[in-house]
Design a protein around this ligand. Sequence first.
Ligand code: ADP
Ligand code: ADP
Length: 221
Amino acid sequence: MTDVGKVFPNGNVAVNNINIDISAGEFISFVGPSGCGKSTIFKMISGLIDNTKGNIEILGSDMNDTGQKRTDVGFVFQDATLLPWRSVLDNVMLPLEFQKMSKQEKKQEALRALELVGLEDYTKSLPRQLSGGMRMRVSIARALVAKPKLLLMDEPFGALDEITRQSLQTELLRIWEKQKMTVLFITHNVFEAVYLSTRIAVMTPSPGKIASTVDVPLAFP
Ligand code: ADP
Ligand code: ADP
């Protein structure tokens, strides 16, 4: 990101002059006070909203002149937004909807993603039949199903209890190692950032800027 800024239509300056270079394979956490623009940065990277200033380059190409960003980038939100009337398997298959693959291949890919998060036995369940931790696993599987090179996670574990959070943190690190992805992670929890990340970006209060980034020695064995 080079001099990236976002002004919303109502005049709110969400972020100003975001400059950061993130390498392939990093696990970087963004920490900073509420409202400093962390979610806005992630929405711009995922293409959900446009930046109003500067340039964002992802995986070697400028965001403005590529339509390929949607499948290369996986996104996980805090409130695991699953479609309640669809089974676990069908929810995970959603990102593959427009890919040139047979239905059978799509099912296999969804099953592979569910295996990564240990939910292969719950393909036919509906989201409301699962615990909060399991629903978060399903949304992680959905984010991973199209094999993204970049995974964006916006406070994914914020709503979970401590025990569940710890087991998902460990799982996420395993998946990150196995899939060789770049992970961008938002958290309020500095301990979580230190445990998970290879680097932490510390943001100033609104409108946010990246005050500094700190390298973290790998805690994962
Ligand atoms: P964070 O994720 O760090 O809590 P956000 O990115 O959600 O921060 O918000 C950054 C700033 O942008 C806040 O001041 C917020 O009020 C503002 N903002 C976010 N979304 C919108 C929007 N759709 N319209 C206007 N202002 C917004
Ligand atoms: P987590 O929140 O870490 O996913 P839970 O404590 O909610 O774990 O669930 C532990 C285990 O209990 C799950 O792995 C699953 O086997 C079982 N379980 C939880 N909720 C349900 C449910 N609604 N139906 C069937 N089994 C469940």
